[in-house]
Design a binder for this molecule. Structure first.
Ligand code: HPA
Length: 247
């Protein structure tokens, strides 16, 4: 049985090195996940892989069924979830193709269904979210990266925006003023839902571009994003292959 699930983001719709055992279609009370769960062996260990945007990368951030995805992974009885996510870099250390393991989140998304504790409750429930990511899993990611000499940043504040458009330069200035060092569109409500189901969840962010108005301030192109993600995701693959046998 798999202990770990990996949610792949933009640039990671399939996991090279994953020896696929089977694909499983899972239905949940919240609807359909982004696609079949991929059961496979990574570095000899069973893991479950789920591409967040669908196998063909067709589901935009605001349309992802985050509840179905997290519920499906819980049904599989995984204990840990590593969420790989493409982000824009705001802080100086978050340069394109850098890897960052964030430790905090600010949520700017809206109108997304963001809780399992919604209807037909026997009791109103508020989960603690002071530290939104699992400290133990974060440390494992950081240590694994460092052990194989991947240059990574061990903290960051992930600003979750609604998308699918990129931000304005003024919006990024506001995020920076709030303390965000990264910006992405899928970090929430995913992290909160994982906490509600008591899953150990951490994010491995890959910087795809300087956020709007940062860097040399030029326009952000998909070609640039793809180029940086390619090199960043290679590092993530190595990191995961090093992490998995230690679990
Ligand atoms: N903003 C939001 N999400 C992103 C970005 C960005 O600049 N790059 C990759 N995902």
């Amino acid at each position: 049985m798999a202990d770990l699930a990996i949610i792949g983001g933009t640039g990671l719709t399939s996991l090279k090195g994953l020896e696929i055992i089977r694909k499983e279609v899972v239905h949940t009370p919240y609807g359909e996940p982004s696609g079949p769960l991929v059961h496979g062996l990574l570095a000899g260990k069973e893991v479950i892989f789920l591409p967040r945007h669908g196998a063909a990368h067709t589901i935009p951030p605001h349309r992802i069924n985050y509840r179905a995805n997290i519920w499906a992974l819980k049904l599989m009885e995984v204990k840990r979830v590593v969420a790989v996510a493409a982000v824009g870099g705001i802080g100086a250390e978050a340069h394109p193709s850098a890897i960052v393991i964030p430790d905090q989140i600010i949520d700017y998304t809206w109108s997304r269904t963001s809780t399992f504790f919604d209807e037909n409750l026997t009791q109103v429930t508020h989960v603690d979210f002071t530290y939104p990511y699992c400290a133990k899993l974060r440390k494992m990611l950081v240590d694994s990266g460092r052990e194989i000499n991947i240059d990574l940043s061990d903290r960051g504040v992930y600003g979750a925006t609604q998308g699918p458009r990129l931000e304005t330069a003024a919006e990024i200035n506001r995020l920076a003023h709030d303390g965000c060092t990264l910006v992405g569109m899928t970090g929430m409500p995913e992290a909160a839902l994982a906490r509600e189901l008591d899953l150990s969840y951490a994010c491995c962010a890959v910087v795809a571009n300087w956020a709007a108005g940062r860097g040399d301030g030029s326009e952000i192109t998909m070609a640039e994003i793809e180029r940086h993600l390619k090199s960043g995701m290679e590092k993530v693959r190595h990191l995961l292959e090093h992490l998995v046998p230690k679990l």
